[in-house]
Design a protein around this ligand. Sequence first.
Ligand SMILES: *Cc1c(COP(=O)(O)O)cnc(C)c1O
Length: 364
Amino acid sequence: MAESNQIAEADSAASPELTLSLCKDLSIALAKFPRVALGHFPTPLEPMDRLSEELGGPRLWVKRDDCTGLSSGGNKTRKLEYLMADALREGADTIITQGATQSNHARQTAAAAAKFGMACHILLEDRTGSNDTNYINNGNVLLDLMHGATVSKRPGGADMNTEMASLAEDLLAQGKRPYIIPGGGSNPIGALGYVNCARELVEQAAATGLKIDALVHATGSSGTQAGLVVGLAALQSDIHLLGIGVRAPQEKQEGMVYDLAVRTAEHMGTSIEIARDSVRANCNYVGDGYGIPTDGMVAALKLLARTEGLLFDPVYSGKGLDGLIDQIRQGAFNHMENIVFLHTGGSAALFGYSDAFDLPGYTA
Ligand SMILES: *Cc1c(COP(=O)(O)O)cnc(C)c1O
């Protein structure tokens, strides 16, 4: 019997033969959407045995989407493969997108635009109010500029979609052909990248005989989780998917993910049914707000750096890990054997948050 704080046991999964044939069907369904190559796939799936031992729970694995290869990697690369293909199809010559100051999405978009010889305009919203010079100039901001993007700032709470639309009008008036990518690349086109990631992961596990019980990751603008929800549904997978929220409260986060999952399934033109209860977010690890460090995040990043030699980021994957570690310590996954943490990248943001870690200086 599961203890009260344990996650309910899933229904039985598809047979291995059925799984592989569903993976093939999903590949065929995705192949009709234009896609450009920006990343290195499949990303590795690796055990985290020292961390597993340290926590004493199920065996932990990491799916290395921090290794997608584009400008230090991250989850936006998968989305951009579909979004940039759509921009090229529309004949765009200029990309517009937005994010928080230390946006990993902005950095990967700037790199993708550079690769296709397109101009890139990035609007950065000051969501944290931090005056730290590293936060303002270093990390992802340094890399946005390195890739040649035009970066401008907006105050916290600005209507960023309106800001992007008005910039697009100005650029159109100048004879440019702008294409707007929403924050986080999260729309039904971008989410296709994570529909495909679900397939990639399920095939990887099948090839090695690994039975994945749960998949955990940080969820923000919701395209990652929405794509995974659709992909796992299409594969009739019983993997328990859990997003750890970094901004919105649970009800809002789950609503956003569900809405985008339904729209993504529609966009694919398939009859995949999205069950509302397949969308789960735990939003208890946000702390004081988006992009504001928490003690749990700091402890999780140090633990992973020191047990596994892995780097995560302070805004997303660090809070996601804090949630995973805390849930394991509470016994929520005790009845499970294998848990995969999807590493969504972002370690470039560490250089914008050096003050958060209170590390000792070097010895003389
Ligand atoms: C954007 C981002 C996420 C969240 O993905 P969404 O698709 O926006 O929910 C998680 N981790 C990192 C490092 C990110 O940059």
